[in-house]
Design a binder for this molecule. Structure first.
Ligand SMILES: *Cc1c(COP(=O)(O)O)cnc(C)c1O
Length: 351
């Protein structure tokens, strides 16, 4: 830290991204990326003339991209805000709607506590039940911003649309953010409730189900007034928050959305295979509805398994937090990758 650093940020504990080691070729099952490449249309979208156009600023309104998203989700472009990854969207959501504090599950996406600290927002971390499920009654009448990842990370557990609606109707005086980074892997999205609830902000991303984590594109869907608030912060920070290539690729991907949604079905099949195999080996595995499984073995500690896998060229994500230290989060890759993973686990366990 330099002696010039603003004192407000001196004690900030930043988010730790999953490791991206370059020392050798790993089977990467640690950051919930897709094993599938982007669709053909995305590759075609990047021609020479688009490269030449890079001398020009991008469209600050991201018109075409927002229109394509609106069409996909049966909304108007004014219901759509797009930014550089859903992390950027969430950051603005905390800034915009967190004045009265924020509540989120105690075990969830690690960035929520970072955003709260960054903006000096009082955070209430609501414990999960012992089986990691969310008790929706804990989220009634909070009178503060509520943020719920659905499916939750890293547990993969999903609330039903009825349960989400229950939380929305019990919190009419505050914003409820549903972070749907993993919704395309089997859960039911809450975007259909947007016409009914002006306090709902649904946040999604191209990083997981749309195979483009490296593009950095996320978006929020919600009531026009909420979107206007996010836009205000964008125009006070970085009006060109989405580059030309990002807008082009995102729009091209949405024209071929079936391609991505079909790959999600394959991921779901591979996930169910992985769950069955791990359970057959004695693992406790949550009923994940995401592109990862969350599992613990009775025979080996979470960290020991993580290290043994890494040594054998397979990366998974281990969290040191006490309640979940026995577990690992394993991203679902291709069938080949999952078979290698299971084979390697059997070797490690001597089974
Ligand atoms: C991966 C993830 C994000 C961030 O996604 P980006 O769009 O890549 O910034 C947000 N929320 C949750 C729960 C995630 O797992």
């Amino acid at each position: 830290m330099s002696r010039f650093f603003h004192s407000r940020y001196a004690s900030l504990e930043a988010y730790t991204p999953g490791e991206q080691p370059r020392d050798k070729q790993y089977i990467k099952l640690n950051t919930n990326e897709s094993p599938f490449p982007p669709s053909e249309g995305v590759l075609r979208a990047l021609g020479e003339s688009e490269m030449a156009d890079l001398r020009l600023y991008s469209d600050p309104t991201a018109k075409k991209l927002r229109e394509a998203l609106a069409l996909r989700y049966d909304l108007a472009p004014e219901n759509v805000y797009a930014a550089g990854g859903s992390d950027d969207v969430l950051n603005f959501a905390f800034m915009s709607f967190g004045e009265g504090g924020v509540a989120y599950p105690a075990i969830s996406y690690g960035f929520y506590s970072v955003f709260a600290a960054l903006h000096g927002i009082a955070a209430e971390e609501i414990p999960l039940r012992d089986d990691f499920s969310i008790d929706i009654a804990d989220y009634y009448d909070k009178h503060k911003l509520i943020v719920i990842a659905n499916p939750n990370a890293p547990t993969g557990l999903c609330l039903s649309l009825c349960e989400i609606e229950d939380i929305l109707s019990r919190n009419r005086d505050c914003v409820v953010v549903i972070d749907e980074a993993y919704i395309d892997f089997g859960g039911e999205s809450a975007y259909t409730l947007i016409p009914k609830y002006d306090n709902l902000l649904v946040v999604q991303t191209f990083s997981k189900s749309r195979s483009m984590a490296g593009l950095r594109l996320g978006y929020a869907l919600g009531n026009t007034d909420l979107i206007t608030d996010l836009e205000k912060l964008k125009y006070s920070t970085n009006p060109y928050n989405l580059g030309r290539l990002t807008q082009l690729c995102g729009t091209a991907a949405l024209a071929e959305d079936d391609y991505y949604m079909n790959h999600c079905k394959t991921i779901i099949e591979n996930r169910e295979y992985t769950k069955r195999e791990l359970r057959a080996l004695g693992f406790t595995v949550t009923e994940s509805m995401a592109n990862f499984v969350f599992a613990k073995s009775p025979d080996i500690a979470g960290e020991a398994l993580y290290l043994a896998l890494k040594q054998r060229g397979i990366l998974v994500r281990h969290f040191t937090r006490e309640e979940i230290a026995d577990y690992n989060r394993i991203t679902i890759g291709s069938m080949d990758e999952m078979q290698s993973f299971i084979k390697t686990v059997k070797e490690i366990l001597g089974k």
